[in-house]
Write a protein that binds this ligand. Structure first.
Ligand code: AFP
Length: 338
C-alpha cells in the first residue's frame, strides 16, 4: 500500500472537515451504499459461476421481468440502509412504493435514498457492464415522523449527492456532490474503493453519440435530424461522429463522462416521455454530469428542474458534453418554431 492511497472514507472525511457544521451523516450513508455495492459486486462476479442469472419470474411496476441479481441487489441495498442510523427511508426502481424506516433512529434521520439497484440488467448474461445508481436527498417532512412521498418527489436541484457504481472490467464508484465528481476504483485485495479519478470533468465537445439507433423508425423529426447531423461528413467538425451503445445507461454514461460525447434516450412517436426514469436514472446522472461541467436536458427543459409527480415517472434525456447537448436541443427548438 502506498502513501498516496486515498480510500473513499479518507476522502469523504476530508471533504466533511471543510464544513465545520457538517455532521458526517451524508458520508456515513455513502459508506453504507458502498458496502451494499461491494456485496452486490461479489455476487455480480459470481453470476457466470452459479445458477443466479435468468428470469426470476416476478414482474416489476414497469411490467419488466426481474432477474435474480436485480432482486439480490435490491435487497442488499435495502438491508444495509435499513440498518444505517442515518437513512430515514428508501425508494427503489424495483419496488412500487417507497419504504419508510420507522425505528427510533431512522425516523430522526435527515436523509432519504433512491436507487436503481442493478441498471442494464439485460446485459448480465452477456458479461457486459451493469451498474447501481443512487441519489440522496434531505427529507422535507418533519423529523421524528416516518418519511412521506414528498421526500422522494423532490426535483433534482435539491439533490445533496448522487453516484453510480459500474461493475465492469474493474468496479468503480463515481460520486458527485456540489464540490465536484470523483471516481474510486475497488481494490479487490483490500476491499476498498480508492481514489483513482479525482475531479472528473466532462469535455465541452465530443465525437461519440450514443442511442438505440434501432428505434429510428419511431423517432420524431428533430431526433432524426440530429442523427443525420452526427452521421454526415464535415472534416473541420470531425464528423461523422462514432456511434457507441451498450444499452446500460451506467456504462454508456461512464464512457461519456470520461471520453466526452452525448447519450440520448429521446421521446418517440409512441413514448412521449422516452423510457428512462426521472428519479432513479435521469436525475442522479444529470446531477453527476452537471457537477462535472456537462449538460442534461429533456429537450425542452433542464432535467434537474422537472418537478416529479410520481416515483416511476419517465422523461426524455439528452445528456453529456455541453456543446453536443446544445446542438441536439437546437434541432428540437427549430422544429418547434417551424
Ligand atoms: P434494463 O435494466 O432493463 O436492461 O434497462 C436498461 C435501461 O434502463 C438503461 O440502462 C439503458 O440505457 C436503456 O434501458 C436501454 O434501453 P433499450 O434497450 O431500449 O435501448
Amino acid at each position: 500500500m502506498t502513501n498516496k492511497l486515498v480510500t473513499l472514507d479518507d476522502f469523504t472525511i476530508n471533504q466533511t472537515r471543510q464544513f465545520p457544521k457538517a455532521t458526517g451523516q451524508l458520508s456515513s450513508i455513502l459508506r453504507d451504499i458502498s458496502l451494499a455495492c461491494k456485496i452486490i459486486n461479489k455476487q455480480v462476479n459470481k453470476a457466470g459461476l452459479v445458477d443466479i442469472i435468468g428470469q426470476f419470474g416476478a414482474t416489476n411496476i414497469q411490467g419488466e421481468e426481474q432477474m435474480k441479481l436485480d432482486v439480490y441487489a435490491d435487497e442488499a441495498l435495502i438491508n444495509v440502509l435499513k440498518r444505517s442510523e442515518h437513512c430515514a427511508g428508501i425508494a427503489s426502481e424495483e419496488n412500487d412504493d417507497f419504504v419508510a424506516f420507522e425505528d427510533e433512529f431512522s425516523i430522526n434521520s435527515k436523509y432519504v435514498v433512491l436507487f436503481d439497484p442493478l441498471d442494464g440488467s439485460s446485459n448480465i448474461d452477456v458479461n457486459a457492464p451493469i451498474g447501481t445508481i443512487f441519489s440522496i436527498y434531505k427529507r422535507v417532512s418533519e423529523l421524528g415522523q416516518p418519511v412521506t412521498a414528498e421526500d422522494f418527489l423532490q426535483d433534482g436541484t435539491k439533490l445533496m449527492a448522487a453516484g453510480y457504481v459500474i461493475y465492469g472490467s474493474s468496479t468503480m464508484l463515481v460520486y458527485a456532490t456540489r464540490l465536484g465528481v470523483n471516481g474510486f476504483t475497488l481494490e479487490p485485495s483490500i476491499g476498498e474503493f480508492c481514489l483513482s479519478h479525482p475531479d472528473m470533468q466532462m469535455k465541452e465537445d465530443g465525437n461519440i453519440y450514443s442511442l438505440n439507433q434501432g428505434n429510428t423508425i419511431k423517432f420524431e423529426e428533430a431526433t432524426c435530424q440530429f442523427l443525420q447531423y452526427c452521421m454526415e461528413e464535415h472534416k473541420e467538425e470531425k464528423r461523422p461522429y462514432s456511434h457507441r451503445y451498450i444499452g446500460s445507461m451506467v456504462a454508456d454514461l461512464h464512457r461519456t463522462l470520461i471520453k466526452g460525447g452525448i447519450f440520448l434516450y429521446p421521446a418517440d412517436k409512441k413514448n412521449k416521455n422516452g423510457k428512462l426514469r426521472l428519479q432513479y436514472e435521469c436525475n442522479p446522472m444529470s446531477f453527476i454530469v452537471e457537477a462535472a461541467g456537462g449538460m442534461s436536458s429533456t429537450g425542452t427543459q433542464r432535467v434537474l428542474e422537472v418537478q416529479p409527480t410520481e416515483l416511476h415517472q419517465r422523461v426524455p434525456i439528452y445528456i453529456g458534453s455541453k456543446n453536443m447537448v446544445k446542438k441536439a436541443v437546437s434541432f428540437i427548438e427549430q422544429t418547434q418554431q417551424a
